[in-house]
Design a protein around this ligand. Structure first.
Ligand code: ZN
Length: 511
C-alpha cells in the first residue's frame, strides 16, 4: 500500500524531464562509431564505461562502494596452447592435424596411461550405460562424439543433450561423467572427420573467452579430440573399422567391455590471457530508508566490430543504457530540489551481457549493496524499437513486461498503477507465458538478480528479428516517441518502488 507520509512531491514534473531530445543526444554518443560497438574486453567497451562514469559524476551520483571511478572491475580471459604433444605407443601424433587439444577443459600438466578403455559414446544413463561393468578409475577413456539413435530417434535424451559440447556453466555432460568416474583424461573420436581442418586447427588453439570465475568450473580433465582417421591407432584396425561405420550412422555400438594396453603420453601447457572489463555503478542515497535499495540496470556492451563492420547496438542495448542515464539525471535533479527518494537508488550499466550475462553474474556474486536489502531490479534491454512481428493490431503503444508473475505478487500492481496514472502504455505479458519458446526471462541481466531471489521486472520491445544483432541496429531506426514514453514509465515505476513504505514482498518462488 502506498503511503502519503514522507512521500516526495508528485513525480510528474520530473518524469517530464526525460525527453526524447535528451535520449537522442545520449544514444548518438553511446551507439556512435567512436564506441566501436562496445564489445566486452575491447577499447570500445572501455570508452563507453568511461563516458557513462563521466555522466554519473556530472549528475552528482556517488560512486558505488568498492568501485574505482564508478567501475566494478571483473576479469575475463581465455587460454591458448603453448605446447602440446601426444604419443601413442611412442608414435607422435600431429597437433592440429591428427588431434586437437580441448583448450577450454585442459589444464597444464602431462599424463601417461598404460591402458585405454573404450566406452562407446561415453554416455551413462538409466536407459543406456556405456560404462556398465567397466572400471575406468585412473584410466584414459575413449569414446565417440554424438549420441546413438534407435528407430531414427535420439532415444536417450531426445534432444541430443549428450552431444552438447559447449560451456561455460560446467563441463560438458560426457566429460563430467568421465571425471566423476575417475578417468584421468578423455579422448573423443570425431567419427566424421578424417583429419582436422586448417580452420579447426586455428580456432582450436584458443579457448573461447570466459568470465574468469567460470574457468575453474570448466577445467579439470585433460581432453583431446581425435580425428576419425587417426583413431585406428588407438582401437586397432578391425574393431575400429566396424565401430566407426556404426558411429557414423549413429547406430548403437556393440560396446562390450573393451580395454587395451597401450602407452599414451600427453604433454600439454597453456597460457592464460586475462583482461579487465567493468560494470559502472553510482547511486543516490535515500532518506529514511537509505539502507534499502532499488536498482536500475541495462547493459552497455554490444557485439563490437566484425569483418570491418561496426555493430552499433542502438536498440540493444544503447536504448536501455541511455534510459538508465536519463533516470539517474532525473532522480538526481529531484534530490537536489528536496524531492529525493526514500530508498537508495542504484544505477548500474553492466557489460558482458552479450557474452553470457557476465557483468550481472559478477555483480550478483560480488554485490556492492546487500542483495537481501535490494527491493527490486528494473532491467531495461531494448526499448527503442517496434516489434516487427507484433500481431496485436489495436496498438503499437506497448512495451513487453517480463517477470510480472514471478517472485513478488506486488510487482504487477505497482507497475500497472504507475503506468495507468502517467503513461498509459499497453503492458504486454506475452513473454511471461511459460509456453513461450524464446525464454526471454533467462536472457538478460535481470535473471542474475532473480536467481538470487530479488523481484525483477524486465522491459523490452520484442525486436527479435528485424535488425537484432546486425550492424543495422542503428540510431536512425529508433522510434523516439515510444522510447521516451517507455523510459518515463520505468522512471515512474522506480519512483513508486523507491518511495513506498515497504520493500517488495518476496512471496512467489521463482520456479
Ligand atoms: Zn541486449
Amino acid at each position: 500500500m502506498l503511503s502519503v507520509f514522507a512521500q516526495p512531491a508528485a513525480p510528474d514534473k520530473y518524469g517530464a524531464a526525460i525527453t526524447k531530445e535528451d535520449l537522442k543526444k545520449q544514444l548518438s554518443i553511446i551507439a556512435g562509431a567512436e564506441m566501436e560497438g562496445r564489445e566486452t574486453g575491447t577499447e570500445g567497451q572501455r570508452k563507453a564505461a568511461a563516458y557513462i562514469a563521466g555522466q554519473f559524476k556530472a549528475f552528482g551520483l556517488t560512486p558505488a562502494p568498492g568501485t574505482d571511478n564508478y567501475q566494478q572491475y571483473y576479469a575475463i580471459g581465455y587460454d591458448t596452447v603453448l605446447r602440446s604433444q601426444l604419443l601413442v605407443d611412442n608414435k607422435s601424433l600431429i597437433a592440429g592435424k591428427d588431434y586437437l587439444d580441448d583448450v577450454g577443459m585442459n589444464t597444464d600438466g602431462s599424463l601417461s596411461a598404460k591402458e585405454i578403455v573404450f566406452v562407446g559414446y561415453g554416455i551413462g544413463d538409466d536407459k543406456y550405460d556405456d560404462y556398465a561393468g567397466k572400471d575406468v578409475k585412473g584410466k584414459l577413456v575413449v569414446f565417440f562424439g554424438g549420441e546413438p539413435k534407435q528407430d531414427g530417434a535420439y532415444f536417450i535424451s531426445g534432444t541430443k543433450s549428450y552431444s552438447v559440447w559447449t560451456y561455460p556453466g560446467g563441463l560438458p555432460q560426457k566429460a563430467a561423467l568421465a571425471k566423476q568416474k575417475g578417468a584421468v583424461g578423455i579422448i573423443v573420436i570425431n567419427a566424421n572427420l578424417d583429419s582436422i581442418s586448417a580452420n579447426q586447427a586455428r580456432s582450436g588453439k584458443k579457448s573461447s573467452t570466459r568470465l574468469i570465475a567460470d574457468v575453474s568450473a570448466n577445467e579439470g580433465i585433460n581432453a583431446i579430440t581425435i580425428a576419425g582417421g587417426s583413431a585406428k591407432l588407438l582401437l586397432g584396425d578391425d574393431f575400429f573399422t566396424t565401430t566407426l561405420a556404426k558411429a557414423r550412422k549413429n547406430e548403437l555400438l556393440n560396446a562390450t567391455a573393451f580395454s587395451k594396453k597401450i602407452k599414451i603420453k600427453y604433454d600439454y601447457a597453456e597460457q592464460k590471457i586475462t583482461t579487465n572489463c567493468s560494470n559502472v555503478a553510482g547511486y543516490i542515497e535515500g532518506s529514511d530508508k537509505k539502507d534499502e535499495y532499488v536498482i536500475l540496470t541495462g547493459h552497455y556492451d554490444h557485439l563490437g566490430i566484425h569483418n570491418g563492420q561496426i555493430y552499433y547496438g542502438a536498440d540493444d542495448d544503447g536504448s536501455g543504457t541511455c534510459a538508465v542515464l536519463e533516470m539517474a539525471q532525473t532522480f538526481a535533479k529531484a534530490k537536489a530540489e528536496g524531492n529525493g527518494p526514500r530508498r537508495t537508488i542504484v544505477f548500474m550499466t553492466v557489460s558482458g551481457e552479450e557474452k553470457g550475462l557476465w557483468g550481472s553474474e559478477h555483480y550478483s556474486n560480488h554485490p556492492l549493496f546487500p542483495l537481501d536489502k535490494t527491493s527490486v531490479d528494473l532491467n531495461t534491454d531494448m526499448i527503442g524499437r517496434i516489434d516487427t512481428e507484433r500481431k496485436t493490431e489495436d496498438s503499437l503503444n506497448y512495451v513487453y513486461v517480463i517477470g510480472h508473475d514471478k517472485l513478488s505478487s506486488e510487482l504487477v500492481g505497482i507497475n500497472e498503477a504507475a503506468n495507468n496514472k502517467y503513461t498509459g502504455l499497453v503492458l504486454d505479458y506475452k513473454y511471461d507465458d511459460p509456453k513461450d519458446p524464446n525464454r526471454i526471462y533467462y536472457r538478460s541481466d535481470h535473471y542474475n538478480f532473480a536467481r538470487k531471489g530479488i523481484p525483477i521486472l524486465f522491459f523490452y520491445d520484442g525486436m527479435l528479428q528485424a535488425d537484432y544483432h546486425k550492424p543495422t541496429d542503428t540510431v536512425d531506426k529508433i522510434y523516439w516517441d515510444i522510447y521516451e514514453k517507455r523510459a518515463r514509465m520505468i522512471f515512474y515505476t522506480a519512483w513508486q518502488m523507491a518511495n513506498r513504505d515497504d520493500m517488495l514482498k518476496r512471496d512467489i518462488p521463482l520456479n
